[in-house]
Design a protein around this ligand. Structure first.
Ligand code: FAD
Ligand code: NAD
Length: 477
C-alpha cells in the first residue's frame, strides 16, 4: 500500500541496467515507482554508448574481416571485391541502439514506471531536486519518495595531460571511438583493458594500424594469468602492436595529428609516438558529482564509490545504491542483478546477488571469459588446487570452424573438488561461460561438470573435457 506522505514508494536515479531493471522490478512488486534520467534516452551507458553499440561494431567489423581476409572464401563463399561502407555499419549500430532504448521506454509504460526527465540531486534522504529543461530554461521541481536508489553509473577516468575531444575525433574516449566517421590510419589505445581491446579490435579489423599502450606487464587485469599471457600472443598474432609496461605521460594535438609521450612504467627515457587517433581507455569512475550527497551525509570510500551492505542499503536509511556506482566489477549484468535484488529488498522480500559468481567477457575474436577465482587468487586464498586445461585445437567443432585459438581452464579445490573458477578463450567463450556460472552457483564439483552430458559437436564440450582434465582424464587431448 503506497505511503501518501511521499510522491513515490521508490525513486530511482539513473536508467542504466541497474536503475531501469530496479524500476521495472519495483513496479512489478506493486510499488509506485519513478526513474529519473538526465540522458535523452533510457538504458544508460550500456544501451547508449557501451555494451550495445560496441557489440554492433564488433559484429559488423568481424563480418568485414571474415569477408576480407579470405575466411569466407576458404569455406567456399566467394564475394568478389569487398568494400567497407562505414556509414552503413554505423547506421546499423544506431538502429540497434534506438530499438533497444525504445524497448525500455515501452517496458516502463507497460509496467507503469514514471520516467522523470532531468538531473536529480538530493535535498534530503527522501527528496530530490529534479532539474528539467523547459522552454530553454532550467526548472527545478522537488520529488519525494520513501526509498531512493542511486544508480548513476560511471564515466571515463581522465588521464592528466590528455584532453579528450570526441567532436574533433583525434583524442577520443569510448563514446568517441564508437562514433568515428573514418577508419584511422594509426590508432593508439591508452589502456590494454576491455574497452581498449574491444574497440581496438573493431578499428584494426576495419584497416587501422593499432598500438595498445598498457601500464602493466600484461593485458586484461583481473583475468587469470594464463588467459592474460595467451591474450598478448593472440592480439599480437592478429597484428596489434603491444607496448606493455609502458605509460603515456601526455598527448599533444596539432590539427588532425596527435603526438603521445611514452615512458617505461618503471621510469626511464621518454619517447614519442604519432597517431591520427588516440583512444583513452584507462578505466571508469563512479558518477557522484552533482548528486549533493552532502545533503544526506553520505560519504564515499577511498575509490570514490558508494558503500552498501548486502541488501544494497547505504548508511542513510531509505537510500540504496546499485551498479557501477558501488564496489565490484563494472558490468551491466552485475548492475541488473543488483537492480532486481534492491527492488526485492525494498519490497520486504530477500534479494541476493552472489558476487563470487559474476562472469566477465571480452567480446573480441576469440572471446575471453571467466567466472570465479583466478588461479592466482585461489592460491592466495589458501586453496590447494587441481587444474584441468583443454585446448580448443582439440575440440572438434572449433577445429572444424577453424576457430582453434584458446583453451578452457577449470580450477577446482583439491580437497573438495568444488569448482572455484573457470576461464575460457574461444570464439564463443561468452556463451560457454554461462554453464560454468550455473555450475558454480549450484556448488558443482569438477566431477559433476565432467559427468554432465554435453551436446556434440559444440564448443562447450571443451568445458566438460577441461573438467575431466582436472583428474587427468580428458579424452580428446
Ligand atoms: P549506467 O549504465 O552508467 O547508467 C547510469 C545512468 O544514470 C546514465 O544514463 C546517466 O545519464 C544517469 N545519471 C547519472 N547521474 C544522474 C543524475 N544525477 N540524475 C539523473 N540521471 C543521472 N558491461 C557488460 O557487462 N558487457 C559489455 O559488453 C559492456 N560493454 C561496455 C562497452 C563500453 C564502451 C562501456 C563504456 C561500458 C561497457 N560495459 C559493459 C559496462 C556497462 O555499460 C556498465 O557496467 C553498466 O552500464 C552500468 O550500469 P549502471 O546502471 O550502473 O550505470
Ligand atoms: P579496464 O580497467 O578494463 O582497463 C584499463 C587498463 O588501462 C588497465 O589495464 C590499466 O592497467 C591500464 N592503464 C591505467 N592507466 C594507464 C596509463 N596511464 N597508461 C597505460 N595504461 C594504463 O578499463 P576500461 O577498458 O576503460 O573499461 C572500463 C570498465 O568498463 C571496465 O571495468 C569494464 O568492466 C567495463 N567494460 C566491460 C566490457 C565487457 O564486459 N565486455 C566492455 C567494455 C567495458
Amino acid at each position: 500500500m503506497a505511503d501518501p506522505t511521499y510522491d513515490y514508494d521508490v525513486l530511482i536515479i539513473g536508467a542504466g541496467p541497474g536503475g531501469y531493471v530496479a524500476a521495472i522490478r519495483a513496479a512489478q512488486l506493486g510499488l509506485k515507482t519513478a526513474c529519473v534520467e538526465s540522458r535523452a534516452t533510457l538504458g544508460g551507458t550500456c544501451l547508449n554508448v557501451g555494451c550495445i553499440p560496441s557489440k554492433a561494431l564488433l559484429h559488423g567489423s568481424e563480418l568485414f574481416e571474415e569477408a576480407h581476409d579470405g575466411t569466407m572464401a576458404k569455406f567456399g563463399v566467394k564475394l568478389g571485391s569487398v568494400e567497407l561502407d562505414l556509414p552503413a555499419m554505423q547506421g546499423e549500430k544506431t538502429t540497434a541502439v534506438k530499438e533497444l532504448t525504445g524497448g525500455i521506454e515501452f517496458l516502463f509504460k507497460k509496467n507503469k514506471v514514471d520516467w522523470l526527465k532531468g538531473h536529480a540531486s538530493f535535498k534530503d534522504a527522501h527528496s530530490v531536486v529534479l532539474r528539467q529543461a523547459q522552454d530553454e530554461r532550467d526548472v527545478d521541481k522537488t520529488v519525494t519518495a520513501k526509498n531512493i536508489v542511486i544508480a548513476t553509473g560511471s564515466s571515463v577516468t581522465p588521464l592528466p595531460g590528455v584532453t579528450v575531444d570526441n567532436d574533433k575525433g583525434v583524442v577520443v574516449d569510448s563514446t568517441g571511438a564508437l562514433a568515428l566517421d573514418r577508419v584511422p590510419t594509426h590508432m593508439v589505445v591508452i589502456g590494454g583493458g576491455v574497452i581498449g581491446l574491444e574497440l581496438g579490435s573493431v578499428w584494426r579489423r576495419l584497416g587501422a594500424k593499432v598500438t595498445v599502450v598498457e601500464f602493466l606487464d600484461q593485458l586484461l587485469p583481473g583475468m587469470d594469468g594464463d588467459v592474460r599471457k595467451e591474450a598478448a600472443k593472440i592480439f599480437k598474432k592478429q597484428g596489434m602492436n603491444l607496448r606493455l609496461s609502458t605509460k603515456v605521460t601526455g598527448v599533444t594535438v596539432k590539427g588532425k595529428q596527435a603526438t603521445l609521450t611514452l615512458e617505461p612504467a618503471a621510469g626511464g627515457a621518454a619517447e614519442t609516438l604519432d597517431a591520427d587517433c588516440v583512444l583513452l581507455a584507462i578505466g571508469r569512475r563512479p558518477n557522484v558529482d552533482g548528486l549533493n550527497l552532502a545533503a544526506i551525509g553520505l560519504e564515499l570510500n577511498a575509490r570514490g564509490q558508494i558503500e552498501t551492505d548486502h541488501d544494497f542499503a547505504t548508511k542513510v536509511p531509505g537510500v540504496w545504491a546499485v551498479g557501477d556506482v558501488i564496489p565490484g566489477p563494472m558490468l551491466a549484468h552485475k548492475a541488473e542483478d543488483e537492480g532486481i535484488a534492491v527492488a526485492e529488498n525494498i519490497a520486504g522480500l530477500t534479494g541476493i546477488v552472489n558476487h563470487a559468481v559474476i562472469p566477465g567477457v571480452v567480446y573480441t575474436t576469440p572471446e575471453f571469459a571467466g567466472v570465479g577465482l583466478t588461479e592466482e587468487a585461489a592460491k592466495a586464498a589458501g586453496h590447494e588446487l587441481k587444474v584441468g586445461k583443454f585446448p580448443m585445437l582439440a575440440n572438434s567443432r572449433a577445429k572444424t570452424n577453424r576457430e582453434s585459438d584458446g583453451f578452457v581452464k577449470v580450477i577446482a579445490d583439491a580437497k573438495t573438488d568444488r569448482v572455484l573458477g573457470v576461464w575460457a578463450i574461444a570464439s564463443v567463450a561468452g556463451t560457454m561461460i554461462a554453464e560454468a556460472a550455473l555450475a558454480m552457483e549450484f556448488g558443482a564439483t569438477s566431477e559433476d561438470v565432467a559427468y554432465t552430458c554435453h551436446a556434440h559437436p559444440t564448443h562447450s564440450e571443451a568445458i566438460k573435457e577441461a573438467a575431466m582434465a582436472v583428474r587427468g582424464k580428458a579424452i580428446h587431448a
